[in-house]
Design a protein around this ligand. Structure first.
Ligand code: CTP
Ligand code: MG
Length: 399
């Protein structure tokens, strides 16, 4: 199902009082509208964008799209006198194949792609959805200077854009508003008149609408802060493995064959180092352990190189939208001397994980002759990893 976004940029920014409409003013190094279009470029739920431009600036906006990206922009159309007219003009350029249509003010450049996705997803399921925040001030109804009453704050929300709708619903709402001459301050108001349900998706206060010069300054501050602390969650993982040393087996550590008179016993190649690393990564993802993913009862893994297991684990990292920042591992072995093999172990494991070798550290230690490692009964390995989850954990939540 194809989803469209109508980005409204046809206003003249009277309250800003600048020499050009506010959507073309600079915000942290690029025009306001460029920030807005970028959020829609990044939103996975949006396929096409209709940009509604000031009527005398359609050509300029087409050039703008070329300069500032906007590969999804399928049409640039002239807007109308009021915001609602501009939405109606945008709707005409939305194809018949559209399933969902999102409407967004170009003057809200701080919207996050995941907020767009949340609203579009909700509308796809329920018909209509809007991003909003709970009201924290006490709100009063006033006539002149006299307070008439205090509204029940627990039921009040401030709504923003994007607002998203199933395509036939928003078309019907605009037709009905045009027929009856109703003018609303947002698009959900038009849908509410049809008695169709509208869901609110809880967003963030910082999705502000730039209206005055002060707003532009606040938006710049917010963007600078976001740049300093990119949405990033760090997770640590640890792994540990032990295998028995036996005769007539190759000794494989970190994907490298090490010359020795014995080797580690196991269902796969018994690469104790790769197993500890794999378990650490799965731990950092909160995704169980390698025994669960690669059971030793499964003949498919008999004798298989543990580098293949690391490759699969790296695939899970990617699927989770995460990245391995570094791996640090220690092999415990009384003999043989492992130092000469360590550079190769690092590069083999890094290769399997799809990261650069400088992100992988391998160390080796004896146990001073103590314990099962010291007597040469077996070897052990430990690893820790740091994983960055880049998905924004503070995105939109359903309200
Ligand atoms: N908008 C539009 N067509 C109009 C009026 C507004 O596309 N005829 C757009 C604006 O460009 C803005 C959004 O609707 O992105 C919200 O409107 P608002 O913040 O009121 O912007 P302006 O109308 O430009 O500002 P002002 O009211 O201060 O003139
Ligand atoms: Mg306006």
């Amino acid at each position: 199902m194809i989803s469209y976004a109508i980005v409204l940029a046809a206003g003249c920014g009277r309250r800003m009082g600048a020499d050009r409409p506010k959507q073309f003013m600079d915000l942290a190094g690029k025009p306001v509208l460029a920030h807005t279009l970028e959020a829609f470029e990044q939103a996975g739920s949006i396929d096409r964008v209709v940009l509604v431009a000031p009527p005398e600036q359609v050509g300029r906006c087409e050039a703008f799209v070329k300069t500032w990206g906007g590969r999804k922009v399928s049409a640039v159309v002239p807007g109308g006198v009021a915001r609602q007219d501009s939405v109606a003009e945008g709707l005409k350029a939305v194809g018949d194949e559209a399933g969902v249509v999102a409407v967004h003010d170009a003057a809200r450049p701080l919207v996050l792609p995941e907020q767009i996705d949340a609203v579009v997803g909700e509308a796809r399921e329920t018909g209509a959805a809007v991003l909003g925040t709970r009201v924290t001030d006490t709100v009063k109804e006033v006539a002149g200077e006299r307070v008439l009453k205090t509204l029940d704050r627990s039921r009040l929300w401030s709504v923003q854009t994007p607002q998203a709708f199933q395509a036939d619903l928003i078309r019907r709402a605009h037709r009905e508003a045009a027929r009856s001459g109703y003018v609303g301050t947002d698009d959900t108001a038009l849908v509410e008149r049809l008695n169709a349900p509208v869901r609110v998706v809880e967003g963030r206060r910082d999705n502000l609408k730039i209206t005055t010069p002060e707003d532009l300054q606040v938006a710049g501050d917010i963007l600078r802060r976001r740049g300093e602390t990119p949405a990033l969650a760090l997770r640590i993982g640890q792994g540990c493995d032990v295998h028995r040393l036996v005769e007539d087996r190759a000794l494989i550590l970190g994907g490298v064959e090490v010359r020795f008179d014995r080797g580690l016993l196991g269902h796969s190649d018994a690469d104790v180092l790769s197993h500890a690393v794999g378990d650490a990564i799965l731990g950092g993802l909160g995704a169980g352990d390698i025994g669960q993913h690669f059971p030793d009862t499964d003949p498919a893994y008999a004798g298989v190189s543990s580098l293949v297991l690391l490759q699969r684990v790296a695939g899970l990292v990617k699927e989770a939208g995460a990245e391995i920042l570094n791996v640090d591992a220690t092999v415990m072995a009384q003999r043989p001397k492992l130092a000469p093999y360590i550079p190769q172990m690092k590069s083999r494991m890094a290769g399997a994980l799809g990261i650069s070798a400088d992100r992988v550290s391998v160390k080796a230690t004896t146990t001073e002759g103590l314990g099962f490692v010291g007597t040469g009964e077996g070897m052990a390995a430990q690893a820790v990893v740091l994983i960055a989850h880049r998905k924004n954990a503070e995105g939109a939540q359903k309200g």
